[in-house]
Design a protein around this ligand. Sequence first.
Ligand code: TRP
Length: 451
Amino acid sequence: MAQSKNLHATWSSQTIFVLAAVGSAVGLGNLWKFPYITGENGGAAFVLVYLLCILAVGLPILIAEITLGRAGQASPPQAMANIVRKVGGSRLWVFLGINGVLGGLLILSFYSVIAGWGLAYFLQSLQGNFVGMDAQGAQNYFDQFVASPGGLVFWHSLIMVATVLIVIKGVRSGIERAINIMMPGLLVILLILFGYAMTMPAFSQSFDFLFQPDFSKLTANSILVALGHAFFTLSLGFGTMMVYGSYLPKSFSIIRATLWIVVADTVIALLAGLVIFSIVFDNGLTPGAGPGLLFQTLPVAFSQMQFGWLLGTLFFAMVVLAALSSAISMIEPGLSWLEQNWGIARAKGAWWLGGGVWFLGLGSALAFNLWQDVTLIGERDIFESMDFLTSNLMLPLGGLFTALFVGWVWSRQQRDQQTGMPPSWSGVYTLVIRWIAPILVAIVFVNNLIA
Ligand code: TRP
């Protein structure tokens, strides 16, 4: 296997690495999924469990993934090969990297479809088309929107082209430049929306909903959902954080960066939740509306609010920025592999991969209309099957084997040398990465298999 000969790319600063990783972590998972699963699972008690999962499982595996990337200094499959060559272990660990490459591409195929909805809603809102719309109108609009195969394919295509155009330029002139624009934009919009939400009468109700736990609302299933989401929201299990870690110069502190990433992702999810639930409660809407919360419920609220046109447009702009900065991180593991291992020029690789993902994504776009009745895995349509296969099966497997590798194949000393972890933490970390994280993830995985 070619050594990492083409790998000269490094982040230009620690801050930009943290921003890019936060850009990957913050996405539809935070803005679309977190609010609706919190709504469905009864609010604050679920949030508390989610926070525990982030701390006990997400944070340690995030450290593990970034460290593997930096130690391997190459795309995920090669990074694993490089590491086992050095510290011993089976060549089969390369499959951990390959699982990541494939998983990232598969996730992107349907993620891009939903990101496309965000883009369409942004433009609709910008044109003032939601002004004065009532609940029935918003519902009809959504139903008609997803019923159009041409429309969904069009928006999906735009997102894929944008993703390819960003990554094609490489780490510094592509990813970094885009991140430097998108992340400040996202944060400013979120703060404006948050400032507005604080002035709403329902803000305190929204706050209580997210932070006043009522444990009677918690079910065993909510705990599994919370753990699964902790993985998804931190972009774990699929080599994303590994490949971003591989661009990290040796002098940067992994631990400090990781803490920033986790705090930023969590705070952004909570702020977005506060904004969304303030709007929901203020308009007498229900928090448990499910996946349609963002696209069916919010436009109604925006249509009736003062400055709703502006706030709605900003909101959907934020969704697009968050989704794009995640999309580029899903294609990067595969792209770096084509580039570094197979010697394929970045531009060519990006178009081929983007084209392949686009093609796969057609199935997910058509699952909402023409191919509504086509089922792949069990009773799931194509979109749901892709989500199930990646989020529920491949992703926990990736996380599980990442934890097992770092916990059991690496010696503690080798590991600490890579992470630069203070000795006082190292014992706790060993316990968590060897036992706690793998056991919890295995439980989720087995439950997903049965479900
Ligand atoms: N974390 C992103 C979100 O919350 C999604 C994401 C990006 C992701 N890269 C990933 C999820 C890799 C799993 C694996 O929307």
